[in-house]
Design a protein around this ligand. Structure first.
Ligand code: CDP
Length: 221
């Protein structure tokens, strides 16, 4: 069956710039952006509201807590709602970030996210970002990108994104946290055989956005 919509899949490890790049690529192409990580984060936030002690979490409890999560389309992207409300700030907080990889290991939670993402992609051209968009969720995506960057550079970007003053110690700590999350997410963070791997360590965001937009034009032309 021919898929009626186009899909660009952007995968990569923690803080590799997937989401911000995917958003800008989507805006340039007139596609909608879907951040699959935002759904893992929303499920984690919902579970945290129900039970703070993550050692007690079961797959069934997470799926139950995540039931009121929906993915809503806005002008340029989809975003998650919990009980009908936007939860952007809550899902980017340290409690969610610390616990999200645990939730992302649960196979039925992965199916729940994948179904929601595929559903959203049915009605519009999309740029999706995550870990396994090009391998598991959209194996026949029109273009697959895998972004990599040195972990210290990724830590520096994450800290800059927060916009607060930072020290060498904070950079060391953030690098450790990113390396730990990489290790926990390693299983689902593998480039597809046909992905274009882009090392963004020395690139500006504009460079990487332009590279992807031009690759997508070559593919569709
Ligand atoms: O903060 P970062 O950009 O690295 O991550 P994210 O895209 O917001 O995803 C948060 C977490 O969700 C990751 O650490 C993974 O554990 C999980 N995730 C996943 O397993 N598969 C995806 N397709 C997307 C996210």
């Amino acid at each position: 069956m021919i898929r009626p919509t186009s899909v660009i899949a952007i995968d990569g490890p923690a803080a590799s710039g997937k989401s911000s790049t995917a958003q800008l690529v989507a805006e340039k192409l007139g596609f909608l952006h879907i951040d699959s990580g935002s759904l893992y984060r929303a499920a984690t936030a919902a579970m945290l509201r129900a039970e703070k002690d993550a050692s007690k979490w079961t797959e069934a409890a997470v799926l139950n807590a995540a039931r009121p999560v929906e993915l809503r389309a806005a002008r340029t992207s989809f975003y998650p709602l919990l009980d009908g409300r936007a939860i952007e700030e809550e899902i980017r907080g340290p409690d969610v970030t610390r616990n999200v990889s645990r939730v992302a290991q649960m196979p039925r939670v992965r199916t729940w996210v994948n179904d929601k993402v595929r559903d959203a992609a049915r009605s519009s051209d999309v740029v999706v970002d995550g870990r396994d968009m090009g391998t598991v969720v959209f194996p026949d995506a029109d273009l697959k990108i895998f972004l990599v960057a040195d972990s210290r550079e990724r830590a520096a970007r994450r800290l800059r994104q927060r916009g607060t003053p930072t020290s060498e110690q904070m950079l060391d700590d953030e690098t450790i946290r990113i390396n730990e999350r990489d290790a926990r997410d390693a299983r689902q963070t593998v480039p597809a055989a046909d992905a274009v791997v882009i090392d963004t360590t020395g690139l500006t965001q504009q460079d990487q956005v332009e590279q992807i937009v031009s690759l997508s034009k070559t593919r569709s032309g």
